[in-house]
Design a protein around this ligand. Structure first.
Ligand SMILES: *Cc1c(COP(=O)(O)O)cnc(C)c1O
Length: 382
């Protein structure tokens, strides 16, 4: 389907080609070069904490390396938020470890701290303390980091922050991705900024960054010949992709402003419809990048619901998507333990994500508004 208005398409700033050209002119067309180093520095400055950033081929690769650095091995257990994209949890399986899924709370849609502690205590009672916790800032909405960090410290379990969707989002003025022992970002084509495909690992020490680069470049020993003592990966970002990233970084603040503006547009649009709630920050402590604006149908008033709206939008070549299907409901993950009730399941059933690109035009918004209003205002025979 060729959508005229897309959910979250790439948005070039015009600064990207210069860095790509530099890479080609200097022949650094490889997974090494200046663009990689400068892109990492740009991210470190932007994140504004004492962090070290390693540019990688994807956000998924970053989660995989975070798990390895956290010491997760075969047979270990890793706690993971259930309302998320499957890529948050696939690397747990790469390590031969077992995912333990935890439900969300209703305010931020992220891992529920109360259930998180319950899950940890139950796993310990059953004989195994989880080796890591993966928290997600879903759709760019920061999770309840104070409570989650306190639990990670109390039980001494490393925290991995999946900030794939949350570059630029802040909790109490601090950037998402910089709270945990490890953080990850994604630069996939649909994310807030893109390198066509790519990701980054955020670590607290230089030694961890060096270990990450070593693992991401095939775990070569310091020897004159090719010698390897550990399993390595080919996970480094290309210098061309990093060039796109450098151009994108210059537009990040403006793109985030545009995404937040989209969110305000949807708040206005849905204001007259009491049975629809626009997913919004619970308090000023939370500053979402509003990567995607989502809505929930609180009741089936006039027989209206998310899946029907999605179909109507599609008929008008407008792309919208269901909310992530909780991972414990996925065929690949349904044999693993789950702690919680039906918060994530209910969000999945009642919600959809709306077109939210930073390049969504005024005209696009008018078209979306027209289609949405026509659907919501028309009377049903039901
Ligand atoms: C996109 C995404 C990932 C994976 O990032 P890639 O760069 O596509 O590998 C992981 N977690 C979440 C929540 C994501 O949205």
């Amino acid at each position: 389907m060729n959508f005229k208005i897309k959910l979250s398409p790439p948005h070039m700033s015009g600064k990207e080609l210069k860095y790509i050209q530099e890479a080609i002119d200097t022949n650094w067309v490889a997974p090494v070069g200046d663009n990689i180093n400068f892109f990492e520095q740009d991210l470190e400055h932007y994140l504004g904490q004492e962090v070290h950033v390693t540019a990688l081929s994807s956000g998924t690769a970053a989660i995989h390396l975070a798990l390895i650095l956290a010491g997760v091995k075969k047979g270990d257990q890793v706690i993971c938020q259930s309302l998320t994209f499957a890529a948050s949890a696939f690397p747990i399986l790469y390590q031969g470890a077992t995912p333990i899924f935890v439900d969300s709370e209703k305010e931020t849609w992220n891992i529920d701290p109360v259930l998180l502690e319950e899950a940890i205590l139950d796993r310990i009672a059953k004989g195994k303390k989880p080796k890591a916790i993966i928290v997600v800032h879903i759709f760019g909405m920061p999770a309840k980091m104070d409570d989650i960090l306190a639990i990670s410290k109390k039980y001494n379990i490393p925290l991995i922050e999946d900030a794939a969707e949350a570059l630029g989002a802040e909790y109490k003025g601090q950037k998402c991705g910089t709270f945990g022992d490890f953080g990850i970002i994604s630069f996939n084509g649909n994310k807030i900024i893109t390198t066509s495909g790519g990701g980054a690992l955020i670590t607290k020490t230089k030694a961890q960054k060096e270990k990450a680069i070593y693992l991401a470049t095939q775990a070569k020993d310091k020897a004159l010949f090719y010698q390897h003592s550990e399993v390595g990966y080919n996970y480094r970002m290309s210098n061309i992709a990093a060039g796109i990233g450098r151009g994108q970084m210059q537009a990040l603040s403006s793109y985030m402003g545009k995404r937040r503006e989209n969110h305000r547009f949807y708040q206005e649009l849905f204001k007259p419809y009491r049975f629809i709630q626009v997913f919004s920050e619970p308090s000023l402590n939370f500053h979402s990048n509003h990567w995607l604006t989502c809505i929930q149908f609180l009741s089936n008033e006039k027989g209206k619901n998310g899946m029907d709206l999605l179909k109507v939008l599609k008929e008008h070549a407008i792309e919208s998507k269901p909310i992530w299907k909780p991972l414990y409901l996925q065929p690949i993950f349904n044999e693993y333990p789950f702690y919680g009730g039906c918060v994530a399941a209910s969000i999945f059933e009642k919600g959809i994500c709306l077109p939210s690109g930073s390049n969504l035009t005024k005209k696009d918004k008018e078209i979306v508004k027209e289609v949405v209003k026509t659907y919501l205002d028309e009377c049903h025979s039901e």
